[in-house]
Design a protein around this ligand. Sequence first.
Ligand SMILES: [Zn+2]
Length: 92
Amino acid sequence: MSYRPSVENVTKAGSNEKDGLYEFVVKMVDGTACRVFYSRYPEWRLTNISRLQQSPCPICRKDFICKCMDNFSGVIASQMHEGQWFDKALAE
Ligand SMILES: [Zn+2]
């Protein structure tokens, strides 16, 4: 599988500060967008990921729900950390 997600931009879509739950929209350089859910405590942890259906899946090409992005949650999560996207998204 040659697909490799590359995080281009992250925006906060929702949060429950009290419980440390956050929802972000992550845009990839290829135009794929995902909704990701994070739990902040004790440390940032990706709990769920789903592709926004505004563009077909880059892996299976479906334009409806699929689970392909689940396989890339680890890669995307590490890019979220490396790019310090939490700080950037929350500062907006
Ligand atoms: Zn797919």
